[in-house]
Design a binder for this molecule. Structure first.
Ligand SMILES: [Zn+2]
Ligand SMILES: [Zn+2]
Length: 371
């Protein structure tokens, strides 16, 4: 183990804990508390990082409130999924390496790295093929384990760390969640992306990322659907080529017209009953709907539609390690999406998340716990 400012440590010395400052949710919907916590020194392939950027995400609101809405009055309680409070949230993290375990490879003290938060067990078939985000024993940072709303984090393995190239930490942090979520969803419709218009529902933070990434991936036509005129404008500025008001009575007809007869691909970054129904109604025969948003709700799809319309209705959850690596490479080559980023100190976490919940955030907010 190598510790910055700890040149006196000798091989064989017992690893010692350090004190970190963290923003902790003590109980459901209760305000975050700034606390001092103990953090162990890195062993084996663990890596200790100092968090220089930690992005805020809508998922954090669900974690804070403790549930997802399943529609028809039902709720998916996060406690039933093994998510325990108190919790230090924060899953969009870039850190500077301050200490490495004896088996950690590929990183050294001083390196700045994105932490892939979608960690699995690392051993099962799913993890071995690279889809740790779909592991049945998730260890996701800031969800099942301590996140980045803290000065430091112990990353369980060097394999979760990614070089950000020429991006700044504040630019790179949102790639870990909103970025890779949008990228992975777009990859699922890659077959038609360059030749047919892609419809993106929802111009929030992830949707805007989706619009700009779609263009970078070669989409010529990106049709944004949102009920908010301001958000539609933001999406047009971010590269959308047409906009449809999702609350219009003829929204389906407008989408079918804009796509020349029905959409081959709709990506729903909202995920409400209304938006999924709109998406399913708007596709052409053979078209695909990819649901990404976790707004909540339920839909009824007549089963004959599936074969008769040869339709695909699928979900997409965050992204794999290779998605993260490809995305960082894409953004380094083609430039960062022009999504506005605001930085705030760790102590403002309550205000920052309340702003997000109230819809007062355009783009992304990034906390700077140890800046
Ligand atoms: Zn997120
Ligand atoms: Zn696994």
């Amino acid at each position: 183990m190598t510790v910055e400012g700890d040149a006196g440590a000798k091989p064989g010395d017992a690893p010692h804990a350090m004190k970190i400052t963290a923003a902790v949710v003590p109980a459901r919907s209760q305000p975050f508390e700034i606390q001092q916590l103990d953090l162990a020194a890195p062993l084996a392939d663990e890596v200790l990082v100092r968090i220089v950027a930690s992005g805020l995400c809508h998922t954090d609101l669900h974690l804070w409130e403790g549930h997802y809405d399943l529609g028809s009055g039902k709720k998916l309680m996060l406690a039933d999924r093994g998510i325990k409070l108190p919790l230090t949230m924060g899953h969009e993290n870039v850190g500077e390496v301050v200490a490495v375990g004896s088996d950690a490879k590929g990183v050294k003290v001083g390196d700045v790295r994105l932490v892939n938060p979608w960690m699995g067990c690392g051993e099962c078939k799913v993890c071995q093929r690279g889809d740790e985000n779909l592991c049945l024993k998730p260890q996701n940072v800031g969800v099942f384990s301590q996140g980045g709303y803290a000065t430091h984090m112990l990353v369980p393995s060097h394999r979760h760390l990614f070089d950000i190239g020429k991006l700044t930490p504040q630019q790179a942090a949102p790639l870990a969640c909103s970025g890779v979520t949008a990228y992975s969803a777009l990859k699922k419709v890659e077959a038609t992306l360059k030749d047919e218009p892609v419809v993106i529902i929802g111009a929030g933070g992830v949707g805007l990322m989706g619009v700009t990434l779609a263009r970078k991936m070669g989409a010529k036509d990106v049709i944004i659907v949102d009920i908010d005129a301001g958000k539609r404008d933001a999406a047009m500025k971010a590269g959308a080529t047409a906009a449809v008001d999702g609350s219009a009575a003829d929204a389906v007809a407008q989408i079918q017209k804009a796509t020349g007869g029905g959409a081959w691909a709709v990506i729903d970054f909202v995920g409400s009953s209304e938006t999924v129904n709109l998406a399913v109604s708007s596709i052409i025969k053979g078209g695909s709907v990819v649901v990404v948003g976790l707004f909540g709700g339920d839909v009824t799809v007549p089963t004959p539609y599936l074969p008769l319309r040869a339709m695909t209705l699928r979900g997409s959850y965050v992204g794999s390690q290779s998605d993260i690596a490809e995305l960082i490479d894409l953004v380094n080559r083609t430039g960062m999406p022009p999504v506005p980023i605001r930085t705030r100190p760790l102590e403002q976490v309550n205000d920052a998340l309340n702003d997000l919940r109230a819809g007062r955030v355009t783009g992304r907010v990034v906390l700077t716990p140890a800046a």
